[in-house]
Design a protein around this ligand. Structure first.
Ligand code: SF4
Ligand SMILES: [Zn+2]
Length: 434
């Protein structure tokens, strides 16, 4: 966890003790007799109880909460457990344990009125039409636009976050439930000001309608961490699929298996940040863990969802050639050579403004390591002046099949998903009909 959270969090216990279990009502639950199994479960989950810090007593109070509900911006969470008088979220591996009136670590879930609620339903704080290449997804409907939405909140605390102004914010800091309700759809689209944006709603049906209006074959859940606004994402993706629009999850990959499998049923593509290949660095740089991300990658493959991996190379943290080699070996061994890997150049941001941008040589060396490990499609992003940084070559005949330049495609030699020169399939999703 980073310094920022220490200021705001009162913590949910630094040690495992009977006292900390009492605090969460678990011993009391045992006293009721009927819950021996739940107590066994609780002891098994002790590790998460001591690691996931939440914002104590920080749920919105009466008037604000009522306004939020009136807007339709709250929804009961889909994945949580009751633990006596407390609850435990089962959406991401943080497994927040909350007492009544607490707010989750990701800031957008609150435990009120006996239920866990998300506060980010139908209230995106940001939306754009982006080129799909920006996600980055290079092997998924190239040259298409993607309707992209975000809400506030994230379960990570990345020191280098580029979107910290929404990822490390509460919904109340990005949205305003006062005033007349305002639903964003294709009417009045271009006549709204900043204040209007803060109070607007965009429910799943509005998102799908807007994607169609902008001629986007897909919707991206992106910018902040969409896993933590899962309920909004999955309802939108479900509706989008019914109407022939695809869904793209741009994620840190920190999610539990069960909600992920449920999500995969309506997901068409993902870009997963693999932020490093060392648990200690994941902890220090992102306040995360490596293993759940690897599990996410394996699950996406098993469930048949197309994905690409992004690895941001942060000087002094994730720039060691030996670690990059281990990561690439793991990717080839566990996923095969066909899922693209995007090395991304770090630029000073958030709490790492003292570090320089990633040296170009480091990026080029990483690409060379990845290719030697056997990966077929390796790219370098966020950097200018590197030869063939965004070029796709056929793994068989080695001819250039796609050339790109900062989100735009200049050469396209993939036809029906195959190399035009030799007919070898190029991995990816090349048609919106599939
Ligand atoms: S999704 Fe949010 S509330 Fe749930 S476990 Fe993760 S950080 Fe906690
Ligand atoms: Zn070829």
């Amino acid at each position: 966890m980073d310094q920022e959270t220490h200021e705001n969090l009162s913590g949910s216990g630094a040690t495992t003790s009977r006292r900390s279990l009492l605090k969460y009502g678990l011993v009391g639950l045992a006293g009721l007799g009927a819950a021996a199994a739940a107590v066994r479960y609780a002891f098994r989950r002790v590790e998460s109880i001591v690691t996931a810090a939440v914002f104590k007593g920080d749920a919105p109070k009466e008037k604000l909460w009522e306004l939020w509900k009136r807007r339709g911006w709250v929804k009961e969470a889909r994945h949580y457990l009751k633990l006596g008088r407390n609850i435990q979220c089962k959406l991401c591996p943080n497994e927040c344990v909350m007492e009544p009136e607490d707010r989750s670590r990701c800031r957008n879930k609150v435990y009120k009125e006996g239920k866990l609620y998300t506060m980010t339903y139908g209230n995106p704080c940001s939306f754009h039409v982006d080129p799909i290449e920006k996600k980055p997804l290079f092997h998924f409907l190239p040259t298409s636009g993607v309707f992209s939405i975000a809400t506030s909140g994230c379960g990570f605390r990345c020191l280098n976050c580029q979107n910290w102004d929404i990822s490390q914010r509460k919904p109340e800091e990005t949205n305003d439930p006062r005033g007349e309700p305002l639903v964003r759809d294709t009417r009045r689209l271009h006549s709204l000001g900043r204040g209007d944006l803060d109070r607007m709603s965009m429910f799943p049906e509005n998102v799908v309608k807007l994607a169609k209006y902008f001629d986007c074959p897909s919707i991206a859940y992106t910018y902040s961490e969409p896993t933590v606004w899962y309920e909004y994402m999955i309802d939108t993706a479900r509706l989008a699929r019914k109407q022939g629009i695809k869904s793209v999850w741009v994620t840190c990959g920190f999610i539990q298996e069960e909600p992920l499998v449920e999500l995969c049923k309506v997901l068409d593509a993902a870009n997963v940040d693999l932020k490093g290949f060392d648990d200690a660095i994941y902890e220090k740089l992102n306040s995360g863990k490596l293993e759940p991300i690897l599990n996410t990658l394996k699950t996406l493959k098993r469930e048949g969802v197309w994905f690409e991996v992004t690895n941001l190379i942060v000087p002094t943290y994730t720039d060691k050639p030996e670690m990059i080699r281990r990561m690439c070996d793991w990717l080839v061994e566990n996923l095969g050579p066909a899922y693209p890997l995007h090395f991304s150049r770090f630029h000073p941001a958030h709490k790492l403004t003292h570090l320089p941008p990633t040296p170009i040589d480091t990026l080029v060396e990483a690409r060379s390591i990845a290719r030697k490990c056997g990966l077929h499609y390796v790219y370098i992003g966020n950097a200018r002046g590197i030869a063939e940084a965004e070029t796709t070559k056929c793994p068989k005949c080695k001819k250039v099949v796609i050339e790109r330049d900062i989100y735009s495609v200049s050469t396209m030699n993939v036809e029906d998903g195959k190399c035009k020169n030799c007919g070898t399939p190029i991995a990816g999703v090349w048609s919106a009909d599939k």
